[in-house]
Design a protein around this ligand. Structure first.
Ligand code: C5P
Length: 218
């Protein structure tokens, strides 16, 4: 049934972390492995979709049949999403985009000064990529992710409305859950329904999620 649902459909998906450079040897990153986004991209390609995957720095192979574009920072990811969103029927924002970047990356390696005990970095806000997409007139069906360490469902509902998403997938991270793992548990929330997808492999969850989105698209 999945094979029918995604035939002729174009999926744009972001995955992985972003790296925000401090200087030529240091960056601010996060613990996203990219596994959930890559699993969705793979399952969608298997289900017949044309998939473009915009990926932050991860150590994962490109799923078969998927067009992959590598980026490093949130600003680079944003630029690629702006190129591709209009052609997509569905945009899934699974990337863990850094909320802030270093205002001015140092051209040379920052040196440790022996008589200084602290230093500060000036951070500025990154663009909210998924919120930008939902603000466009020609926006596709937009699915966000919410990785939280507490109050998972209520934070997710808040993001659904604030970012004007069509659907959000909430998951608990920390305490051995979510990040860097092969399995996960998701709560899928839209204006009309809340579905609990019990703990299973990210590949199993991806098929279930694509069925839910596929129905919403048709
Ligand atoms: O980081 P946050 O929990 O707000 O992420 C919620 C959703 O927003 C995710 O789908 C994430 O990919 C997206 N996001 C984004 N651009 C940002 C921050 C988050 O697209 N700068």
């Amino acid at each position: 049934a999945n094979a029918q649902l995604w035939k002729q459909r174009r999926l744009l998906i972001t995955a992985g972390p972003t790296y925000e450079d401090i200087d030529p040897v240091r960056f601010i990153g996060n613990r996203s492995s990219g596994k959930m986004g890559y699993a969705i991209a793979e399952a969608a390609a298997c289900a017949g979709a044309e998939v473009t995957l915009i990926s932050g720095p991860v150590s994962l192979p490109t799923p078969f049949g998927v067009e992959r574009i590598d980026v490093r920072s949130a600003e680079q990811m944003f630029a690629e999403v702006q190129k591709y969103y209009a052609a997509a029927d569905c945009f899934i924002s699974a990337a863990a985009v850094a909320d802030f970047r270093v205002e001015q990356m140092a051209e040379q390696k920052l040196k440790k000064q022996n008589d200084v005990d602290s230093m500060s970095l000036n951070l500025v806000k990154n663009p909210d990529i998924v919120a930008w997409v939902t603000a466009q007139q020609d926006k596709p069906f937009v699915v966000g992710f919410a990785a939280e360490t507490e109050n998972v469902e209520s934070y997710a509902r808040d993001k659904l409305s604030r970012k004007k998403l069509d659907m959000i997938c909430a998951n608990q991270v920390g305490q051995g859950l979510g990040f860097e793992r092969d399995d996960n548990r998701l709560t899928v929330i839209s204006a009309s329904e809340t579905l609990a997808l019990p703990q299973s492999s990210k590949s199993e969850l991806s098929s279930k999620l694509l069925k839910i989105i596929g129905k919403a698209l048709s």
